[in-house]
Design a protein around this ligand. Structure first.
Ligand code: HEM
Ligand SMILES: N[C@@H](CC(=O)c1ccccc1NC=O)C(=O)O
Length: 437
C-alpha cells in the first residue's frame, strides 16, 4: 500500500500549509536585478501615467538568471513574482492590451516559471502565496503573527489598501486552512490503523468541519477593507490572463518575446489554491468537466483539474499523491450504521457547501453587481472593462443574461461554473445515500 504523503516532502508546512514556514523574500538579494525591484515597487505610479510602464520596461536589459536566483527557491519565487507583475502591467496598461511581451520579461519569466513548474504569468502563487510580509508593527494577537492585522503585501498594481486586502484575505485563508491538512492526514492514518470505535476518525472529521467553517468566516472578511467597485474597476483588469480574450484583441493570447510564440494562459484565481482542492480530495468531492470553461472552444474541460497546472510543482504532486491514497468517502459509505461517523462526514460536506454559497455571494457583490452598473454606464460611454466579453447587446435590465455570460479572471463563465462546483459538493452526500439504498 502506498504510504500517506509526508507534508514536508512536498514543501508543505504543518503550521502554515501551502505558505512556507519562512516568509517570502521581499527583495532579490543581488543588485544585478535592482531595476526590476525599482519598477515593480513603482508600478502603481507608472500605471497612473498611461502606458509609461511600457516605455520603462522596454528600456530594460535582458538579464540572465544567475546563481543568486537559481540557487535558492525563495529568490526564484521572488523573481517569478516580480516578472508576473511586470508582465501583467505591460500587457494591460492603459486599457489597450499589448500582445507581445518584450524579451527582457519574456525570457526570465519563462525560465523561472519552468523551474517552479508554473505557467509564465501572474498566478495565485505569485500574487498571494509569495507576496506578503510582516507589517512594521507586529501586534501580539491570538491568531499569532499571520493575523491580518500583522501582514501586508509586498507589491500591488494599484497601491490601494483594497488590493492588498484582496490578496491578504487569501493568505489568512491558507494559514487557517493548514489545519485541514493535519486533520485530513490524521483521519486517513486512523482509518489505516483500524480505529475500532472510529473515535479518531470521527474526531478528525469534526475538527475538519470546524476548520472549514472558519474558512467561510475568513472569506467574508473580504468586505472589511476591499470595496467592490475599487476591486472591479481598478484592480481586477490587471488580474486577467490571456484566455478567452479575443474581444480584447488577444485572440491568440500573448507572444513571449519578439521571436517567441503566442501562448494562452488563464489569469490568477483562487481556483489555483491547493487548499480548496485538498478539501475536495479529502472529502471525495468529484468535479466533472464543465462547459462553463470555454478556453478550448466548445469542448468540455475540467477547469479545476486544469488549474492544478497553475500550482507550484510540489503542491500539484502532493494533490496527486493524496488523491491516490484517500479513501475517506468510501470508508464512510462502508459504515452506514455508524451514526457519529455519518454525521461528522455530513458536517464537513455541509460546511464546504456553505463556503461555496458564501463565495457565490461575494462574487455577486464584487463582479456581477458592478458589471451590471458598468453595462448601463458603458452603453452610454462605450467604455468596457478589459475583462468582460462584449456585452453591448445587453441592456440595463439584462442582469440575468449578464451574470450568465460574465467571465472570471480564470476564464470561466463564472456563475454556471461556481454553481456547478457547489452542486457537485452537495451531490457527494446525495449519491452516497443513493448507493446505500
Ligand atoms: C472579491 C473576492 C473574490 C472574487 C471576486 C472571486 C471570484 C472568483 C471567480 C470568478 C472564480 C471562478 C474562476 C475564475 O474564472 O476565475 C473563483 C473561483 C474560486 N474562488 Fe474566488 N473570488 C474571490 C475571493 C475568493 C477567496 C478569498 C477565496 C478563498 C478564501 C476564493 C475561493 C475560490 C475557489 C475555491 C474557487 C474555485 C471554485 C471552487 O472550488 O468552488 N475566492 N473565484
Ligand atoms: N477569479 C477572480 C480573481 C481571484 O479570485 C484572484 C485573482 C488573483 C489572485 C487571487 C485571487 N483570488 C482571491 O483572493 C476574478 O475573476 O475576479
Amino acid at each position: 500500500m502506498r504510504p500517506l504523503p509526508v507534508l514536508k516532502e512536498y514543501r508543505i508546512s504543518s503550521d502554515h500549509g501551502f505558505l512556507d514556514d519562512r516568509l517570502p523574500l521581499a527583495r532579490l538579494s543581488s543588485n544585478k536585478y535592482m531595476k526590476w525591484e525599482e519598477i515593480v515597487a513603482k508600478l502603481p505610479s507608472l500605471l497612473q501615467e498611461g502606458s509609461k510602464v511600457r516605455t520603462v520596461i522596454d528600456e530594460l536589459e535582458v538579464l540572465d538568471l544567475d546563481d543568486s536566483i537559481l540557487g535558492e527557491v525563495r529568490e526564484l519565487r521572488r523573481a517569478y513574482s516580480i516578472l508576473g507583475f511586470m508582465a501583467h502591467a505591460y500587457i494591460w496598461a492603459s486599457g489597450t492590451p499589448q500582445d507581445v511581451l518584450p524579451e527582457c520579461i519574456a525570457r526570465p519569466l519563462l525560465e523561472t516559471a519552468n523551474i517552479l513548474g508554473l505557467p509564465p504569468l501572474a498566478t495565485y502563487s505569485s500574487l498571494v502565496l509569495w507576496n506578503f510580509k510582516m507589517a512594521d508593527e507586529c501586534k501580539k494577537t491570538e491568531a499569532g503573527c499571520l493575523d491580518l492585522e500583522n501582514i501586508t503585501t509586498i507589491n500591488t498594481f494599484t497601491g490601494t489598501v483594497d488590493e492588498s486586502w484582496f490578496y491578504l484575505v487569501s493568505v489568512r485563508f491558507e494559514k487557517i486552512g493548514s489545519a485541514c491538512l493535519n486533520h485530513g492526514l490524521e483521519v486517513l492514518s486512523a482509518i489505516r490503523n483500524g480505529d475500532k470505535e472510529d473515535a479518531a476518525v470521527v474526531n478528525g472529521l469534526e475538527k475538519l468541519a470546524a476548520t472549514i467553517e472558519r474558512l467561510s468566516k475568513a472569506l467574508m472578511e473580504m468586505e472589511v477593507k476591499c470595496d467592490p467597485n475599487v476591486f472591479y474597476f481598478k484592480i481586477r483588469p490587471f488580474l486577467a490572463g490571456w484566455t478567452n480574450m479575443s474581444h480584447m484583441g488577444l485572440p491568440q493570447g500573448v507572444k513571449y518575446g519578439t521571436e517567441g510564440k503566442y501562448q494562452i494562459f488563464s489569469g490568477g484565481s483562487n481556483a489555483q489554491s491547493s487548499l480548496i482542492q485538498t478539501l475536495d480530495i479529502l472529502l471525495g468531492v468529484k468535479h466533472t468537466a464543465n462547459a462553463a470553461h470555454s478556453s478550448k472552444g466548445k469542448s468540455k474541460v475540467n477547469y479545476l483539474d486544469e488549474m492544478k497546472k497553475y500550482m507550484p510543482r510540489e503542491h500539484r504532486e502532493f494533490l496527486y499523491h493524496l488523491a491516490s491514497v484517500c479513501n475517506i468517502r468510501e470508508y464512510v459509505s462502508l459504515n452506514p450504521s455508524n451514526r457519529p461517523l455519518q454525521e461528522a462526514y455530513g458536517h464537513c460536506i455541509s460546511k464546504l457547501k456553505t463556503f461555496r454559497d458564501n463565495h457565490i455571494q461575494i462574487v455577486t457583490k464584487y463582479i456581477i453587481l458592478p458589471s451590471n452598473s458598468k453595462q448601463c454606464a458603458s452603453n452610454k460611454s462605450g467604455v468596457l472593462s478589459p475583462i468582460e466579453p462584449n456585452t453591448k447587446a445587453i441592456n440595463c435590465s439584462g442582469a440575468k443574461v449578464a451574470s450568465a455570460k460574465t467571465i472570471g479572471t480564470g476564464g470561466t463563465r463564472l456563475m454556471p461554473f461556481l454553481k456547478q462546483c457547489r452542486d457537485e459538493t452537495i451531490a457527494t452526500v446525495e449519491t452516497k445515500n443513493e448507493n446505500k439504498n
